[in-house]
Write a protein that binds this ligand. Structure first.
Ligand code: ZN
Length: 198
């Protein structure tokens, strides 16, 4: 028998995170593209990010037929958060047209595939985060040092683009989720599987 889920955050009702999800305004619009295989992941941070930002949208798919419309909302210029060749480092640009930050969810490998099957995505200008972001995402083995979860990448990007505004509140449900996961699996197992060997 499956446990009843909260229809909003999709967590078991006994572990609903909704009370921790903020409702933050941003000048920047955030469009998150999520592969269907990520939807059921226990740490669906893309969903938490989309719920916590008033100016955000989460789309699930592999080939996005609505992409032309999604990438051209009136009043915004779209950029893809992806560290490809020719990507420029994100910076504050308060006098330009507001940014729509298009964020592929999941690993860079998955994001590359998404670009491959969606040429409109691949054609977007690419931006990347300034180096030095440290992830609090300790559960899932990161593909490379310093790799961030989707929600962390969004927070860092917004804090760069909209400096000095802070978006750390968005991470509250994510932090609770991680603490809960660590407790559930037991500290010992966690240390064995998820901490680097020192
Ligand atoms: Zn909930």
């Amino acid at each position: 028998m499956s446990r009843p889920l909260c229809p909003r955050c999709c967590r078991p009702l006994s572990h609903c995170l909704c009370a921790l999800i903020p409702s933050l305004d941003s000048r920047t619009r955030v469009l998150i593209l999520q592969h269907p295989s990520e939807v059921k992941h226990a740490l669906n941070t893309a969903r938490l990010a989309a719920l916590g930002l008033t100016n955000a949208e989460l789309c699930v798919g592999e080939m996005f037929c609505e992409l032309e419309r999604l990438l051209n909302p009136p009043g915004y210029r779209s950029c893809l958060l992806f560290p490809g060749e020719g990507a420029t480092v994100l910076a504050a640009a308060p006098n330009e047209l507001p940014l729509q930050l298009v964020v592929p969810d999941g690993t860079w490998r998955k994001a590359s595939k998404l670009l491959h099957v969606n040429p409109l995505l691949a054609a977007l200008p690419q931006v990347m985060l300034p180096a030095g972001g440290v992830s609090r995402y300790r559960l899932r083995k990161a593909p490379m040092a310093g790799a961030l979860s989707t929600i962390e990448a969004i927070v860092q990007a917004l804090e760069v683009v909209e400096a000095p505004s802070a978006f750390g509140e968005l991470l509250r449900p994510f932090e609770a989720l991680i603490e809960g996961q660590i407790e559930a699996m037991g500290e010992e197992v966690f240390a064995r599987n998820h901490l680097p060997n020192l």
